[in-house]
Design a binder for this molecule. Structure first.
Ligand code: HAM
Length: 428
């Protein structure tokens, strides 16, 4: 029997991939940008486990949401407790925040995370059963300045990767009170067209009417065109919050669209919500999104503190980079590649490479019968230099150093060879 990876999953390899976005050096590059950018904005990493008690997600994200009701990887552990692989990061991070009483250690808190999430969705391009998210969550600050900061951080992240041509949509879901008033208005508006709604929207009508706004059904979308706008139901303070945010984004030179139909997929959201669309991605075009969750912590019996965050899917980020022609160099290439043309030469090359490695200079040793073959391999490894040692060089106590970039070569005395290399390394 041959074993194959389960459907909807993928391996990330150093080479030999069927699609470029699965090359590990893209992931390393994106991860290094993440760990850099969060420092500039003052976010600290918080890691939670891959699985949690199932109730956490039921309660945090909402029982009726698609992710919770249809897409969770849920299992019973050996003590028959229901556990689920995390489908997202926010609920677990809030659990950790409350459990460790982090609210007692300061007023404002800013965290980030980066790791795998699991959703049992129908796999397709850009949609996987294990995907990876970079996300941030900021707790304790109700100010629209924080909303602007979080959105700016997300867009700066894309910018630092070289990604262009993204659209950002924002909306406000108001408070639970304004939302329930709006839900009534929406139901009233849709009441007479109930039979024409898709089956899914009919189900949402009584359970969670706002989710109808998220329907992808073209007929529903048509009906929703003249639906009342959430923004008209905001209370004054929420309206003010949203207006200030829009002004701040404009001052930050961020172009955005206000989309009164944007509701996002989880029940914990209120006030500001936003989503970023990548035009290169096809059907699964949401590259990132987030929003405020001002009542999530208290709903977990935690402190009454507001929160806001985003998450962006790294698969979609890297796929967008590649489709926009942004290439990333494999930084794991050896700096120097020794080419040993015979057995005795291999022994010397092995020890030189070891000495260089001990000095943190990346080196590789290749055994080859012919120089050309050895150089081919060194080029394939994208080495900067090749050091060639054959019978003749051994006899003359020399070694040939070839600059694979400039295509120049010189014979160096063996005695001072390592010193010369170290000098070259520090001068580069
Ligand atoms: P989300 O919109 O469900 O939000 O997911 C965030 C991002 O993860 C999406 O924009 C998308 O890029 C990526 N993503 C989601 N599902 C998949 C999938 N099956 N395959 C590939 N990529 C996927 C959240 O998860 C919220 N926790 C974000 C948040 C943080 N809100 C506040 N704080």
């Amino acid at each position: 029997m041959t074993y194959q990876i389960p459907k909807g999953l993928f391996d990330i390899l150093p080479y030999g991939v069927d699609q470029e976005w699965k090359l590990i050096h893209y992931w390393h590059f994106v991860e290094s940008v993440i760990h850099d950018i969060v420092k500039d904005y003052g976010y600290k990493e918080l890691r939670t486990p891959i699985f949690e008690r199932t109730e956490l997600f039921h309660h945090g994200m909402g029982q009726t949401t698609d992710v919770v009701s249809k897409e969770m990887y849920t299992f019973f552990d050996r003590a028959q407790r229901s556990m689920s692989l995390r489908p997202e990061g926010t609920a677990a991070l809030m659990r950790a925040f409350i459990e460790h009483k982090l609210n007692t250690l300061g007023e404002h808190h800013k965290f980030y995370y980066c790791g795998p999430m699991f959703r049992y969705e129908r796999p397709q391009s850009g949609r996987y059963r294990q995907h990876h998210q970079f996300g941030v969550e900021a707790v304790g600050d109700p100010s629209p300045y924080l909303d602007a900061e979080v959105i700016d951080l997300l867009l700066q992240f894309y910018d630092r990767l070289g990604i262009v041509d993204l659209s950002i949509r924002i909306n406000s879901l108001g408070t639970p009170y304004s939302r329930s008033r709006y839900a009534e208005a929406l139901k009233k508006y849709l009441h007479s067209s109930f039979q024409q709604l898709s089956k899914e929207s009919q189900e949402r009508f009584s359970k969670n009417p706002l989710r109808i706004l998220d329907s992808k059904d073209p007929h529903d979308q048509l009906l929703l065109k003249k639906a009342p706008s959430l923004l008209d139901y905001l209370e004054d303070s929420e309206k003010h919050h949203f207006d200030v945010l829009c002004r701040l984004l404009t001052e930050l030179n961020i172009s955005f669209t206000i989309d009164p139909l944007l509701v996002r997929g989880f029940d914990y959201y209120d006030s500001t919500v936003f989503e970023v669309i990548s035009h290169q991605l096809g059907a699964q075009n949401a590259i990132g999104g987030g929003g405020r969750y001002n009542h999530l912590l208290e709903s977990f019996h935690g402190p009454h503190l507001p929160g806001i965050g985003f998450a962006t899917g790294l698969e979609r980020v890297i796929q967008t980079m590649i489709s926009q022609g942004i290439s990333v160099k494999d930084q794991t290439s050896p700096w120097i590649c020794f080419i040993a043309l015979e057995e005795q030469a291999f022994h010397s090359c092995f020890f030189w490479a070891m000495q260089l490695r001990h000095k943190k200079i990346s080196s590789e040793v290749i055994e080859a019968k012919k120089i050309q073959k050895g150089l081919q391999k060194a080029n394939h490894l994208q080495a900067r230099y090749a050091a060639i040692l054959g019978e003749e060089e051994m006899r003359n106590n020399t070694i040939i150093l070839k600059d694979l970039l400039q295509r120049e070569q010189q014979a160096l005395p063996m005695a001072s060879f390592l010193k010369t290399l170290e000098k070259l390394w520090t001068e580069q």
